[in-house]
Design a protein around this ligand. Structure first.
Ligand SMILES: CC(C)(COP(=O)(O)OP(=O)(O)OC[C@H]1O[C@@H](n2cnc3c(N)ncnc32)[C@H](O)[C@@H]1OP(=O)(O)O)[C@@H](O)C(=O)NCCC(=O)NCCS
Length: 325
């Protein structure tokens, strides 16, 4: 058995509203609200970096679990916006939190489904050895988006979420996880510059290519709805449950219309679907743990509840997890 001992989350204080974006690019509150459901998002302060956001969420999760840094046995960080290129954010976390010389690693570049993939990895590590694993999803996307590209810039926000997982006890059991990948669709959501295929050059930096997120919005929309709903149904069937048994669905928060379409396909009432995309936008691999923390801390989840998580993102990856509280 794998359980969750504690939940944590963090969003920076600075609020960037749709009206603020309308002063920067050619957009309106009305366009952003009707197409995405986003009203505002949080942006990190100039002196904050990915590690700061991750640390805040991790401290909340560790406190919720009643554990100190010397009681954590492994750290996994899911992020597309790491602190530095090398080493991974997880190794910097080990030092920042004051943990022992434990194994740590990132699931980098795995997009918005990365955190659910990371809890699946943690589950198998815990099955192998009775460890307490800190699993963080964190993004500081505001520093990577192009402030000139209205189609992508307005969608994203900064934030972090975390859990501490262990073999037994705790607040919820991680019943099962399913994830999948279709790499043939890697090009529908990609940031190419900076890798070995398109290394940074003076010219590419001057052109702002390091912030050029290529996105086929409508293809992403279609795949997201298809994959998040089908993987959730597949997992429910595997654990012998139906949609009527689900007390709360915490889906990846990319776009309210995507969430509504997934809810419709699954046949689940709106009041059983968690939403915070209106307040935070798309915080990448942080949306699911952040939502889970908010829902739990805010009393939207009670003992005995079955909570389904689902996410999709660049890769193209998708995943679903079942938590029994
Ligand atoms: C991005 C998205 C909101 C665009 O919505 P859409 O209904 O598909 O809109 P389109 O791309 O067809 O664009 C419609 C028009 O709005 C314009 N537009 C795009 N962004 C705009 C903005 N911020 N403000 C105003 N107009 C905008 C487009 O230029 C286009 O204009 P045109 O008709 O003159 O060419 C939608 O496709 C989406 O949410 N996709 C999924 C994206 C996602 O979730 N990515 C992260 C995955 S983890």
């Amino acid at each position: 058995m794998t359980s969750v001992l504690g939940f944590g989350g963090y969003v920076p204080e600075r609020v960037m509203t749709n009206a603020d974006w309308a002063e920067v690019v050619d957009t309106t509150d009305e366009w952003i609200t009707t197409r995405t459901g986003i009203k505002e998002r949080r942006f990190a302060a100039d002196d904050q970096s990915t590690l700061d956001l991750a640390e805040e969420a991790a401290l909340v999760a560790m406190k919720d679990a009643g554990l100190g840094p010397d009681e954590i046995d492994e750290i996994i960080v899911a992020t597309d916006t790491p602190e530095v290129y090398t080493p991974d954010t997880a190794s910097l976390m080990q030092d920042r939190l004051g943990c022992r010389n434990i194994p740590t690693y990132d699931l980098g570049g795995s997009g918005c489904a990365g955190w659910i993939q990371a809890i699946d990895v943690a589950r198998s590590r815990i099955a192998f050895e009775p460890k307490r694993v800190l699993v963080v999803g964190v993004e500081l996307i505001s520093r990577l988006i192009s402030w000139e590209d209205r189609t992508t810039a307005v969608l994203f926000g900064d934030g972090a979420g975390a859990v501490v997982m262990a073999r037994e006890g705790g607040k919820a059991e991680l019943v099962d996880v399913i994830s999948g990948t279709d790499g043939s669709k890697a090009d529908i959501l990609t940031l190419q510059t900076g890798g070995t295929r398109h290394p940074f050059t003076v010219e590419s930096a001057a052109a702002g290519d390091h912030q050029r997120l290529d996105m086929d919005g409508q293809a992403v929309f279609r795949e997201a709805v298809r994959r998040m709903s089908s993987v959730t149904l597949e997992l429910l069937e595997r654990i012998g449950k139906g949609i009527e048994d689900v007390d709360l669905l915490v889906p990846h928060q990319a776009n309210k219309r995507i969430i509504d379409a997934v809810g419709h396909k699954l046949g689940i009432d709106e009041d059983r679907v968690f939403i915070n995309v209106d307040r935070y936008g798309n915080t990448g691999s942080a949306t699911v743990p952040l939502g889970l923390w908010e829902a739990h801390a805010g009393g939207q989840i009670r003992d005995g509840d079955l909570v389904m998580l689902t996410a999709f993102g660049a890769g193209f990856h998708w995943a679903s997890a079942a938590l029994q509280f």
